[in-house]
Design a protein around this ligand. Structure first.
Ligand SMILES: Cc1cc2nc3c(=O)[nH]c(=O)nc-3n(C[C@H](O)[C@H](O)[C@H](O)COP(=O)(O)O)c2cc1C
Length: 302
């Protein structure tokens, strides 16, 4: 059974990855599971300088999901390259660095640093971040800004560039097109949906920052719809993300048009879920006479 696939010139051994921010930098899991068996590890979001994140409380459980306002806390791109990446590479895992900035210049500078890191396989750009120079509007919610940002970052890296779309837009197709026009090698979709929760006893929001990103099984139908729409709009590969909790969910995303998937919130419930899903997808294919996973990709019948 063949489960390999490529993004640009980069070949992956299978189609299951861990989603940014839900698997740390990958290292703390290396004794609990074989992280080299997963398609790729996507790191926590990295920025030019280390970032402390938002005040507590910054996590709230919701029906079939969770809200977070972690605030992209991270060690910074330099410390990642120096202290973590070499150890990660030694495990044999494929490593994709997720990164962000609060200005175009910061995105470009961070991408340059990542591009120079030997052994790092690809970059995933998070555009669900406020553009400080444009009054805090997210980069990923203006197609023109997104296309320009993608092109500027693509120009400074030889490594494959994946752009991770924000779902907090009316028409995701426009954004998929913008990213493809900007020269991205792949799209990942979706990031978290903006939501909130209130404690009815205190009448206070459950998150210090009032709103946060909703993730987990609650968002799966929205994510699936967006992956389907992106896959019908662009030719570059789509990596589906959002509420995946079982092999059936993985297959659903592949049929909708995703070439690969990322597992996020469910890592908090079962840290080795990605490794389990790699072998369950193989079993699923064997049981259903599927010789190559690509037979499932975009196989939706309407
Ligand atoms: C605690 C937490 C932290 C996250 N941090 C990041 C991040 O740093 N960069 C990013 O692009 N996405 C981040 N995400 C979004 C996830 O990678 C994923 O897109 C989203 O949670 C939807 O997938 P899921 O429903 O499987 O969790 C984070 C999500 C959670 C729950």
């Amino acid at each position: 059974m063949n489960s390999r696939f490529s993004i640009g010139s980069l070949k992956f051994k299978n189609r299951i990855m861990t989603a940014s921010g839900t698997f740390g930098y990958g290292l703390k899991f290396k004794d609990k599971m074989d992280i080299a068996k997963i398609g790729a590890i996507i790191t926590k979001g990295l920025s030019l300088k280390p970032k402390e994140g938002n005040p507590m409380p910054r996590i709230a459980e919701t029906t079939a999901g969770m809200l977070n306002s972690i605030g992209l806390q991270n060690v910074g791109v330099d410390a990642f390259g120096k202290n973590m990446l070499p150890k990660l590479i030694k495990t044999g895992a494929m490593v994709i660095a997720n990164f962000f900035g609060d200005s175009e210049g910061e995105y470009v500078e961070t991408a340059k640093k990542l591009d120079a890191m030997d052994g790092l396989h690809a970059l995933e750009m998070n555009v669900s971040c406020p553009n400080v120079k444009k009054g805090g509007i997210q980069f990923g919610t203006d197609p023109e800004v997104l296309e320009k940002l993608t092109a500027r970052v693509k120009a400074v890296t030889q490594k494959p560039l994946i752009v991770k779309l924000s779902p907090n837009v009316a028409d995701i197709k426009q954004f998929a097109r913008a990213v493809e026009n900007g020269g991205a090698d792949a799209i990942s979709a979706i990031n978290t949906l903006i939501g909130m929760a209130i404690d009815i006893k205190t009448k206070k929001p459950k998150l210090h920052r009032v709103t946060g990103g909703l993730s987990g099984p609650a968002i799966k139908p929205v994510a699936l719809r967006m992956v389907y729409e992106c896959a019908r709009t662009v030719k570059i590969p789509i990596i589906g993300i959002g509420g995946i909790a079982s092999v059936e969910d993985v297959v659903e995303f592949l049929i909708a048009g995703a070439s690969a998937v990322q597992i996020g919130t469910m890592n908090f419930v079962e840290p080795a879920i990605s490794q389990r899903l790699v072998s369950e997808l193989e079993t699923y294919c064997k049981e259903n006479d599927i010789e190559d996973v690509s037979e499932l990709v975009g196989a939706i019948e309407i």
